[in-house]
Write a protein that binds this ligand. Sequence first.
Ligand code: SAM
Length: 212
Amino acid sequence: MDLRWLIYVAFGVPLLLLVFIVMLKVLRKIVQGPMPEFLADFIDNPLRRRIQPPDKTALRHKIEPGMTVLEVGPGTGTYTVATAQRVGVNGRVLAIDIEPRMIKRLAQKVQSEGLKNLDAQVADACALPYVGDTFDAIYMITVIGEIPAPELAIKEFHRVLSPTGTLAFSELFPDPDYPRRSTVTYWSESAGFRLKEKMGNLFYYTLVFEKA
Ligand SMILES: C[S@@+](CC[C@H](N)C(=O)[O-])C[C@H]1O[C@@H](n2cnc3c(N)ncnc32)[C@H](O)[C@@H]1O
C-alpha cells in the first residue's frame, strides 16, 4: 500500500465512523423510546465484546460469588449470563427489561443454557417490583441514557439496594444515548449515592457507586 492510501485509511476510517456515530445520535433525538429488539444482534458484536468483555464487565461491576444482583435493561442478555456464572450456585441474578421481546429472548437463553440462578421479567426501572434492601449489587450497561426519567430510576435503585450494596453503570461512546460521566455522577449523587470507583478510557467507562 502506498503512503497516500495509508493516509486515506488512517484518517478516512475514523472519520467515517465518527460521522456514523453523529448521525445515530441525531436520529436518536428524533426517534425516542427503548431500543427495539431487532437491533439487539447489531449491538452484540466482536468489537464491542473486545471493549466491554462480558466476564471482565462482571468484575468491573464488583459482582462476587453468592450475591443477589439486579441487571436493569439486559436486552437479550449479552452480559447477564456472565453475571449469573460469576455469582454461582449460591447467588441469584434478576434481570428486568421494559421490552417484552428482549425478555422473551433472554428467557429462551436461560432455558437453553440451563441457568438455574437467573430470572428475567418485564418491568420498568422507574417502578421496580421489589421490596427495599433486596440486592447486593445493581448494574446496567448502556441503559440509563435511554430512560426518560433517569433520576427517578436511580432513586428506585437506592430503595432496593442493601445499605452496603453497589450500583454500577457502564457506558460506551458510540451508543446514541451515551451520557457523560459527570451527568451520571450528578444523577447518582442527587439520589443519595457517592462515587466509589471509576475506570475506562475514551470509548467506554464504568462508574461504581455506594450509598452515601
Ligand atoms: C441499548 S440496550 C442495552 C442492552 C444491554 N444492556 C447491552 O448492553 O447489550 C438498552 C436496554 O434497556 C432497556 N430499557 C430501556 N428503558 C428501560 C426501562 N425504563 N426499564 C427497563 N429497561 C429499559 C431496553 O429495552 C433495552 O433492552
